[in-house]
Design a protein around this ligand. Sequence first.
Ligand code: 6GU
Length: 233
Amino acid sequence: MRIDIITVQPGLLEGPLNHSMIQRAKDKGFAEINVLNLREYALNRYGQIDDYQFGGGAGMVLMCEPISKAIEDLKSERTYDEVIYTTPDGEIWNQNAANTLSLKQNIIILCGHYKGIDERIRQLYVTREISIGDYVLTGGELAAAIISDSIIRLLPGVLGNEESALTDSFQDGLLAPPVYTRPAEFMELKVPDVLLSGNFKLIEEWRMAQAEQRTRERRPDLYNKHNNDNQPH
Ligand code: 6GU
């Protein structure tokens, strides 16, 4: 899978996407991430990419031409399945959306800008608008990193243990159960006996019950949805 990220702040993406699991996914050839600096598509030798908004008001707006040039440049090389725009007024990102996008070949993520981009770019090029939650970030770069991370870890082969993406919180609509490692007792707190029993059927039942209890207590919204989705029709 290939992700092209168009941004005015490429530095904000350097840390999150060049370490740990995502770096390994790139090294192994499972994912390719290419960051484009919008400044390189500037209109003039002053590097202009934004301008005052029509109708007045504070804050600059990213102009059509540089973004259009960047997207057209990418599209001349390959076909893209989605052009995503990160913006607080987009659909809220979740595991379902991550699963769907992990099946795509090539995607573009256009990072939002604090005052926005010319609306016509959204009309002409953007196929999906995504927010990562109901709070405001200074720009869409951190959202783009989160979206990329949650997609790439789902690609086959990226996780060491093939099974572990399937047992994540949210993957079955429930939060994950608690986990423990050695020592079996720490500050008088003991690991639940069942986990030391060696009885895998009992362990599985305990984990399921814990996952349900956690979800019911912490995320009643998820819990109700999980129950409805698992009702016989
Ligand atoms: Cl995608 N962008 C910005 N600027 N703020 C956000 C967001 C995105 N998602 C949540 N807040």
